[in-house]
Design a protein around this ligand. Sequence first.
Ligand code: FM0
Length: 328
Amino acid sequence: MLKGKARAHTNIALIKYWGKEDEQLIIPNNSSLSLTLDAFYTETEIYFDEALTADIFYLDGQLQDEKATQKVSRFIDLFRQQANCSLFAKIQSTNHVPTAAGLASSASGLAALAAACNQALQLNLSKQDLSRFARKGSGSACRSIYGGFVEWQKGTDDQSSYAISVDSQHFEDDLAMIFIVLNDQQKEISSREGMKRTVETSSFYPTWLTEAQKDLVAIKEAIHQKDFIRLGEITEANGLKMHATTLAAVPPFTYWSDQSLKAMQVIRKIRKDGRPCYFTMDAGPNVKVLCQKEQVSQIKERLAEHFAPEQLIVAYAGKGIELIEMDV
Ligand code: FM0
């Protein structure tokens, strides 16, 4: 039996990945930049075992159905191919999220699974190769291989599209991200589906690509200069531009709920009152607030005037993938 176990943290993009050049290989149309966080992570163990007659996949202790298992199987196939291994596997994955608020992310899940496979099959893949493999499970997962600030360089093909760590002289240690959990239960359009529709139909999409490229250059400068205000301004503006593309899609859609709009307004007001903080959103209604660590308690207090305590979760910069020792 071959076994491996790994942990990966989730990441939130400050410059968003939005749209694919190649849907099969998951090559993006634009490079992106994220912050890996400490508060949400996935731990995954995998056993390749001669006794198994099919892959079996448990998520948070629950045996998963055929569809979910198939998705995981296809991803593991990439590693089986690489290792020339035909054994089936048992996969046990646990998402560690502070509340049951739909914050489990495919990024941490697929990054942890990639690292566990690498370990179990003794592939000795470099971080760069692990990032490439994780990318083929879910684009944003390629960034969760590393801690802190991470850039996914879009590249042009399977070999050249992977994430790298951004040299930041520990700037990320000054930062925090407060999650405002808005569990609206509205039917969501997955990021995969949403970006596809946007690429195919949104007249704003070409502009998104030129803007994202400029924003990436500018944000790397802000990181280099440890300029928080600039970092926040670029982050907020880039997120808004991504979300603007969905409004021009055919048919149009948005991930914003009334509560998201309320949160944005509250954040602008806190900022106007002299506390720097900036929002970003992904393919759902939750709002994430980028701020400085030293201001977390004051900003959280202001947010608590509008949102329940259990809706507010504070995260700090997190680590890249870690291997976990297994009992014999
Ligand atoms: O994280 O189709 O990785 O850069 O979160 O699996 O490659 O789930 F909402 C925006 C993440 C998209 C921005 O997309 O898609 C970001 C987003 P996949 P993902």
